[in-house]
Ligand binder design. Structure first.
Ligand code: NAD
Length: 422
């Protein structure tokens, strides 16, 4: 087992310390339920055949079919897939979705594939894993370097094999093929609902608080524009090449228009004397809320002490390294953890699956209403757990999720039920 997977299990052990959990539950959650590895031979445009390693893991399905994205990345490996499937088990439980956790991946650099090669690879993935996935069994979604069209090819391939249109096998599809309204901004919107719901507790408010966001992609842009439209002052933004900071505020709509026109965030102007910063400087810039929304491992043991924001909202997956957590806690910072802050994405994926299964489609307002109704009470419960047990928000989120998973395992009987005198 790798460090990554061991680290995940250590988080599980730490959460368990705060609950009276039966050993049976911990035994079940210590290992993935099943992981399938395959080799995908793909015909390249020049007529040659290349083989790609691929995996899919169903970590735990006690609470329902497993759910999680498929990642196309050169560094994907079995341990990463298992670890991400483990996190998905907890994220789905945090949002109280009737799902377990899963994940998939292919070791490939998509930048070296043509579009036709990418299509053949996507279809080959479904051919290899068709008996493993399924609308009632394991429901994939997009992840790094997979998107709506990849999901469309995969759903089509599965439907051909099943000899019937089966849109519910996968989520994150284009709207024309059964995708959900409101999926595009769901992750940023979910983080926005969490922050707004906990405003009083966190001591932040529109017209008063300044926000810095790292990244200016899907999750970050939507969160930035929603907060800005409500009166928060967005003072910092970045993309992979540059970062801008303006204490007088930046309009994210104008910054996005600039990025779309020029191809980069660099050069976008705020309301005052806009400064260029490095990405590292942006994380440490003066603000009230910091939203890491780009990459993992951005807040580390070396920069945690320099972070000024009292509130950190993790829209990215894993932006804070485990060793930075105690430093942030000691400095009195509140971290809204990724498994809560970015759970809007998987929540609306669940709505897509529900709509596909029922054949009845909702408008965007309905999706937003249901998302808010799902995520806001969970934020409140996790905040209450944090206070009750005097723990940080991340631990509270894990404890909250573990409690739900344990309840489901318990409901089928543990040792105490089968051998009460034992
Ligand atoms: P995206 O590709 O749309 O945007 C990523 C942004 O990060 C881009 O603006 C890019 O320029 C920027 N970036 C890349 N390298 C950077 C660097 N070194 N420094 C600063 N910025 C950099 O991706 P996204 O969908 O917005 O995902 C962002 C994060 O949110 C990821 O961690 C992802 O796992 C997580 N997330 C996304 C979703 C979703 O539904 N989109 C759901 C859950 C979690």
């Amino acid at each position: 087992m790798t460090d990554l997977f061991d680290e995940a299990r250590q988080r599980l052990d730490r959460a368990a310390e705060h609950l009276d959990i039966h050993d049976d539950v911990m035994e079940q959650l210590r290992y993935p339920k099943e992981t399938l590895a395959a080799t995908l031979p793909v015909r390249m445009d020049d007529g040659s055949t290349r083989s790609f390693k691929a995996w899919r893991c169903r970590y735990d399905d006690t609470r329902g079919p497993t759910k999680g994205g498929i990642r196309f990345h050169p560094n994907v490996n079995i341990d990463e897939v298992m670890t991400l499937a483990f996190w998905m088990t907890f994220k789905c439980a945090v949002a109280n979705l009737p799902y377990g956790g899963g994940k998939g991946g292919v070791a490939v650099d998509v930048k070296h594939l043509s579009r036709t090669e990418l299509e053949r690879l996507s279809r080959a993935y479904v051919q290899a894993f068709a008996r493993f996935i399924g609308p009632e069994r394991d429901v994939p979604a997009p992840d790094m370097y997979t998107n709506g069209i990849v999901m469309a090819w995969m759903a089509d391939e599965y439907s051909k094999m099943a000899d019937a249109p089966t849109p519910a096998v996968i989520t994150g599809k284009p709207i024309a093929l059964g995708g959900s309204q409101g999926r595009d901004d769901a992750t940023g919107r979910g983080g926005y609902y969490v922050l707004r719901h906990l405003e009083k507790e966190l001591g932040v408010a529109p017209e008063k608080s300044r926000v810095v966001l790292q990244g200016f992609g899907n999750a970050s842009f939507h969160c930035a524009r929603l907060l800005h439209d409500d009166g928060y002052k967005v003072v910092g933004l970045s993309d992979s090449r540059s970062a801008i900071y303006d204490p007088d505020g930046i309009d994210p709509h104008a910054a996005m228009a600039h990025k779309r026109k020029s191809g980069a965030l660099a050069g976008a102007k705020g309301n005052g004397a806009t400064k260029d910063l490095t990405n590292a400087e942006l994380l440490e810039a003066e603000c009230d809320v910091l939203v890491p929304a780009a990459l993992e491992n951005q807040i580390t043991a070396s920069n945690a002490e320099k972070i000024q924001a009292p509130v950190i909202v993790e829209l990215a997956n894993g932006p804070t390294m485990p060793e930075a957590d105690p430093i942030l806690a000691k400095a009195g910072k509140t971290v809204i953890p990724d498994i809560l802050a970015n759970s809007g994405g998987v929540t609306v994926s669940y709505f897509e699956w529900v709509q596909n299964k029922s054949g009845f489609y909702w408008d965007a307002d309905e999706v937003h209403r249901r998302l808010k109704q799902t995520i806001a009470p969970e934020a409140e419960r996790i905040w209450a757990m944090r206070k009750k047990k005097d723990i940080d928000m991340r631990t509270a989120a894990y404890v909250h999720a573990l409690e739900r998973i344990a309840e489901a395992v318990d409901a089928r009987g543990t040792q105490d039920y089968f051998n009460p005198d034992g």
